[in-house]
Design a protein around this ligand. Structure first.
Ligand code: AMP
Ligand code: ZN
Length: 272
């Protein structure tokens, strides 16, 4: 099955509606760009959202690619400028956090901050869904990371849609590329000549995810294929472990959170 049909199948499975207003989180990379391209092609109501992380030339190239993509797709683009809104670039915010909390990885910090921003901005824009570009390789890495950390339960709550959290302040997140391998996404975005930044984020150097990816890459192609096959077979069963999550509101910023204080406010002093 080609990638367009596979994605259509995923969208049917998660019951995405043409009445949904979807904010596509656009990084400038291939995955989120293909996500926007195909949602638009299939006739969904989408707008783009880009967070400018203020990381020098890399962020400038990402911003340019996102602007160009939204122009080509004729969709509205919303921006969030970290330097303007939070006072400094992601690099600076991250290193000051790491100064206090040693051992926290770059990608983990950036991930918490981006998710917090996305949910808040999506709610302000009154959209019903946020779409991200996470692909099958990302999800397989997450799955292994959870196994290595002994927290398989976390994988149970992942999926092409966040179904386990129902809260008026939490915007449902969808991952249309959940079943698409990274190489297929790359090939498709090149075939369609999408304006995309193919370089990796310059700060994604030391993440645990990269160690897991490198480990997976030491395996033979056959072994990798077998893992993917098992992953696909296991996934529905792991999802049976799913738990309904009841969220609280963070005592500092008011955003939905599993704990009394959200992960973001544990790391950064945020504007209310
Ligand atoms: P990452 O956490 O960088 O692997 O990105 C995962 C997904 O988050 C991407 O596929 C995008 O949908 C979204 N994303 C990442 N970076 C940004 C950004 N700077 N602005 C908007 N969305 C982003
Ligand atoms: Zn908070």
């Amino acid at each position: 099955m080609n990638i367009e049909s596979k994605i259509k199948q995923t969208l049917t499975k998660i019951k995405l509606s043409k009445r949904d207003k979807i904010l596509v989180a656009l990084s400038g990379g291939k995955d989120s760009s293909v996500t926007a391209y195909l949602l638009k092609k299939f006739g969904y109501n989408i707008e783009g959202f880009h967070i400018n992380l203020g990381m020098g030339g890399y962020s400038e190239r990402c911003l340019k690619a996102v602007k160009e993509l939204c122009k080509q797709l004729d969709i509205k683009l919303h921006f969030y400028d970290i330097k303007k809104e939070m006072g400094s670039s992601m690099c600076y915010i991250r290193s000051s956090i790491q100064h206090e909390k040693k051992g926290l990885k770059n990608c983990a910090i950036c991930g918490v901050i981006k998710k917090w921003i996305m949910n808040r901005e999506a709610r302000k824009l009154k959209v019903s869904k946020i779409a991200t570009g996470h692909n099958l390789d990302d999800e397989a890495q997450t799955f292994f990371m959870n196994i290595f950390k002994g927290s398989l339960q976390l994988s149970a709550n992942s999926g092409a849609i966040t179904q386990n959290v129902k809260d008026r302040k939490f915007i449902t997140r969808i991952k249309p590329l959940f079943y698409i391998a990274e190489n297929d996404v790359r090939e498709y975005s090149k075939k369609m000549k999408l304006p995309v930044v193919y370089e990796k984020c310059p700060c994604a150097l030391d993440s645990y995810r990269i160690q897991v990816r490198e480990f997976i890459n030491t395996l033979t192609t056959k072994e990798k294929e077998n893992i993917m096959k098992n992953f696909d077979n296991l996934f529905p069963r792991i999802q049976e472990l799913k738990t309904e999550e009841k969220l609280k509101y963070c005592g500092i910023c008011g955003e939905p959170s599993r704990n009394n204080i959200c992960k973001m406010c544990e790391l950064v002093n945020v504007k209310k």
